[in-house]
Design a protein around this ligand. Structure first.
Ligand SMILES: *[C@@H]1O[C@H](CO)[C@@H](O)[C@H](O)[C@H]1NC(C)=O
Length: 163
């Protein structure tokens, strides 16, 4: 009985999924329901006229991204992709749903929803496990993205379908 219980605990630990992340002032939680992925993103260190982002993929040069900008105190959400190490190329319209978006006292809070399966102009799917990348802060000039001032943080082996 005790043995069986231990095996179950070990099994659960081995299969425990990354469904949240907290570091560098950024908190992210994600969950999947009925094929839709909901991402709750909060950033308590972003300043006015800065950006922060969540990228899907391990290489900075090849990410699908969700970028949050604070321009003159007003938050906005964009999507896009990186190709090479320059700033991301943004879509003319964000390919995610935005359920919550607030910027108050240097804290950005957002709830983003998108299909887990292929979505947006690149048919980018989040069904497979992959590294997610968080950029806590970078500067904006007239709303344009400049190189991040904080190191990107990797969240390895995120399997959102299991959250
Ligand atoms: C995305 O999928 C649609 C429908 O299957 C297809 O027509 C389109 O070419 C795909 N686009 C890319 C970039 O793969």
């Amino acid at each position: 009985m005790l043995f069986a219980a231990s095996v179950i605990v070990l099994f659960n630990l081995a299969w425990a999924q990354n469904c949240n992340y907290a570091a560098a002032g950024v908190n992210v939680n994600w969950q999947t329901s009925n094929g839709m992925l909901t991402i709750d993103f909060s950033n308590g260190v972003i300043q006015n006229n800065e950006w922060t982002a969540i990228g899907f993929g391990a290489k900075m040069a090849n990410l699908e991204v969700i970028v949050f900008k604070i321009v003159n105190g007003v938050p906005s959400v964009s999507t896009g992709f990186t190709k090479g190490y320059g700033p991301p190329t943004l879509d003319s319209n964000a390919n995610v749903g935005v359920q919550t978006l607030m910027y108050n006292g240097n804290t950005l809070t957002a709830r983003i929803v998108r299909p887990l399966a292929a979505n947006g102009p690149r048919n980018f799917s989040l069904q497979n496990c992959m590294t997610w990348t968080i950029v806590p802060r970078g500067p904006l000039t007239n709303g344009n993205i400049h190189k991040h001032t904080t190191r990107p943080e990797a969240i390895p082996n995120v399997c959102p379908a299991q959250c």
